[in-house]
Design a protein around this ligand. Structure first.
Ligand code: PMP
Length: 379
């Protein structure tokens, strides 16, 4: 029998919330295509529209601005691919699902510098936005709300205001910020925002692109005209039901983040007390309450991840999506961190179901790993 595991990898995927499970089980038995006009179809449509309202409330947008997708990867790729961009401005700390599609567009991709703490340089955005406006064509500024590896929070309102002042389109990957930071799409000048259900405690394989009503973005998939013609294909009713329920409960828990930050700060202080040479990335920067990116110089991240896994604890080295690839994290490299920190950093990310016992288990294992091995000579 497998002993109890300690799951500290919420930024990779969060455990399913009971509310999301219940909503999906109810939706499983609802026969009907949401586009059908009969009773069954209307019931399925009601599930989708209820979820749309729940997701809209999480980020304060209008329900008609929510377009359900297969996840945030699809939403990010959509924005990069469908704007006809001449210039794309983005920092190197963006997620691969933005960097890859941006590079594939053929647009001039201009990297924006970040500080050693990971914060984007607003002056550089201003300069590059002006130059892009002078060159003409359409410009996209892509800036995530918070980073999946470090938790560093970007000044998205200020960046979006600069983009707007120059007539540019600002997209934000809100995957890691949603449910952890208050997000007010309506009063921002952000043009689009991507969300992922499984980071909120919903199922994976579903997410959304929130597109401001009237923003210029080509439709993603033509077909049966679903999602107001923007993304054809019969809706993933069960997944969407789970996403909506997770979004609803996550929205009520944003206010708990102060307590979570206290837990994180105590955890980091305890880790540093055991291993004073450890480096907490972005410690002096605005960060998500749930994320600690920590390196023990001289110890490879993969080694730490495996040792913790053997102790029953799940954490990540770099981004989970790129696991298997031993290269240093592109996020930490873009921040200009020394190679031993970039190669040694692991990510601990807590969430809605993390207990004090989980934190204690981690500290115990960390202390064990730090203890120097003494070889005993047997006579
Ligand atoms: N952006 C960020 C910041 C992420 O952390 C992730 C998930 N690793 C994604 C996008 C992709 O989301 P999804 O898994 O829904 O495709």
């Amino acid at each position: 029998m497998m002993s109890k595991r300690t799951y500290l990898d919420y930024n990779a995927t969060a455990p399913l919330r009971p509310q999301a499970r219940a909503a999906m089980i109810a939706a499983l038995d609802q026969v009907g295509n949401p586009s059908s006009v009969h009773h069954e179809g209307r019931r399925a449509r009601a599930i989708v529209e209820t979820a749309r309202e729940q997701v809209a409330r999480l980020v304060n947008c209008r329900p008609l601005e929510v377009v359900f997708t297969s996840g945030a990867t699809e939403a990010n790729a959509w924005v990069c691919g469908a704007g006809g961009w001449s210039t794309i401005l983005l920092p190197g700390t963006e997620h691969d699902s933005v960097l890859g599609p941006a590079a594939a567009t053929g647009a001039r991709v201009h990297p924006i510098a970040v500080s050693p703490g990971g914060i984007v340089d607003l002056d550089a955005i201003e300069v590059q936005s002006r130059l892009a406006a002078e060159r003409g064509g359409r410009t996209l500024l892509a800036l995530q709300i918070a980073n999946n590896e470090t938790g560093v929070v970007q000044p998205i309102a200020a960046a979006a205001a600069i983009a707007r002042a120059h007539g540019h389109f600002c997209h934000t990957d809100a995957v890691q910020g949603a449910g952890r930071l208050p997000i007010d799409f309506a009063s921002s000048t952000v043009s689009s925002l991507s969300l992922s259900s499984h980071k909120l405690g919903g199922p994976s394989g579903v997410g959304a692109l929130v597109v401001r009503d009237g923003a210029r973005l080509a439709n993603l998939i033509s077909g049966g005209g679903q999602e107001r013609r923007r993304r054809g294909g019969t809706e993933n009713v069960i997944g969407i039901a789970g996403f909506g329920a997770a979004a609803e409960i996550a929205a009520t828990q944003v206010s708990r983040m102060k307590q979570m930050a206290d837990v994180r700060d105590r955890l980091e202080a305890a880790l540093l007390a055991v291993t004073p040479d450890a480096v907490v990335v972005g410690r002096d920067t605005a960060r998500l309450a749930n994320t600690t990116c920590v390196a023990r110089p001289g110890l490879a991240a993969e080694t730490l991840v495996i040792k913790l896994d053997l102790a029953g604890i799940a954490v990540s080295a770099g981004a989970a999506c790129s696991s298997g690839k031993v290269a240093a994290s592109h996020v930490l490299t873009a921040m200009g961190l020394p190679t031993d920190v970039a190669n040694g950093a692991i990510r601990l990310s807590i969430g809605w179901d993390t207990s004090d016992a989980d934190i204690a288990t981690l500290l115990k294992a960390w202390t064990e790993i730090a203890r120097p091995r003494v070889m005993l000579a047997v006579a």
